[in-house]
Write a protein that binds this ligand. Sequence first.
Ligand SMILES: Cc1cc2nc3c(=O)[nH]c(=O)nc-3n(C[C@H](O)[C@H](O)[C@H](O)COP(=O)(O)OP(=O)(O)OC[C@H]3O[C@@H](n4cnc5c(N)ncnc54)[C@H](O)[C@@H]3O)c2cc1C
Length: 398
Amino acid sequence: MAKIVIIGGSFGGLTSAFELKRLLGGKHEVTLLSEEPRFVFIPSLPWVALGWKDPKKIVMDLREPLQSKGIQFRHESAQQIDPNGMTVTTSKDMLPYDYLIIATGSAYLFNAIPNLGPDQGHTHSLLTLDHALKAKEALARTLAADSGNIVLGNAQGASCLGPAYEMAMMVDTALRRKKKRSKFNISFVTNEPFLGHFGVGGMGRTRRAMEDEFYDRDISFHLNAEIAGITPKEIELKNGTKIGQDFAMIMPPFRGVDAVMNSQGIGNPKGFVPVDEHYKHKIYPNIYSVGVAMAIPPCNTPVPVGVPKTGDMTVQMARIAARSIASDITGQKSDPLPDIHVLCVADAGDTAMFMYGSPFQAPRNRALVKKGRWAHWAKVAFEHYFMYKIRRGMTYLP
Ligand SMILES: Cc1cc2nc3c(=O)[nH]c(=O)nc-3n(C[C@H](O)[C@H](O)[C@H](O)COP(=O)(O)OP(=O)(O)OC[C@H]3O[C@@H](n4cnc5c(N)ncnc54)[C@H](O)[C@@H]3O)c2cc1C
């Protein structure tokens, strides 16, 4: 009987666990450990910050769906991986494994810039439900005023770039609904060399689409931006530009989690895990990594921009890793490897931008950008569908 240990209880970890159990049945042991006992549908956090989403609707306890499929769940934090001894040391135990999947997401480098972040700084974030709830309170106060300055953006080195675009467009929509748009400045600050770059050099006409959208909404933007300093009232860029702020949401750069950083030979210097096209570790063939935890080399840009690993990409990676492990164990040949595509909807509250690229990096077979209210409703529906799939362990569905 093979023992498979999965670290992480989100898009990557849950999809890997359900897929492995489905492919291998009861003959092999699948254990998932997560330091969080619940799953949060992170893509809906911008709606939480706007006050448009009840957080209860996007949170689910992990134990029930996992145990109902025969997957062992441990609410523990992985602290160190020993790839030679094939063990994971956790906050409570030492777990042996035959195969390991690292789906731990990332740690957030708020200390990359003084005063960045909601805990010790003067900016907000949408990376966790707690951060989104804190942002919601502060944004509501700002939007209740007669006038103000709102800054949304991505710090130098950031890779999760889409949420700042969504927030900029949604804040614009919220202000128009309140009939106060002309009293507020909305500024967008980004490490990208052009709007719609998204860490992948753009996709089809994302540049033109995002530029049109920002001009139409009168959102001013600062490209190749490096933030030098943050005060409660101002964001200062390294080129000397000062932007007034009453509310700011700035995405920080990421690094790998401590469990990877503390384990020799597992991660690159930033703590992301180098893998091959099966998401298998480049040195240890029984270790896999999917989602935000794995390493993708960045594009060449004047200011560092990371490559985003979206939820949809993470699910595709997890399916490939699970199939590779299952075929290793059973000796059955696995299907040919599919290209990883990117499918993303950048919501604006009143409309949305649907973006698709296959493969996710250029040159591509297909790139498509479409805008419409239907895309907004598709994003709303997708949240319900994904929560349903996780509740039922049906991650094999498209
Ligand atoms: C605001 C926002 C909006 C987004 N919108 C979209 C969108 O519209 N579409 C889209 O496709 N993607 C979107 N994304 C990206 C998407 O959320 C990520 O791609 C996805 O969460 C990655 O999943 P993951 O499993 O790799 O990591 P994560 O979701 O980061 O999960 C990591 C898991 O590992 C656990 N963990 C971490 N360290 C340890 C440890 N040491 N021991 C045990 N457990 C550990 C955590 O508790 C967590 O369960 C968005 C992201 C953000 C922040």
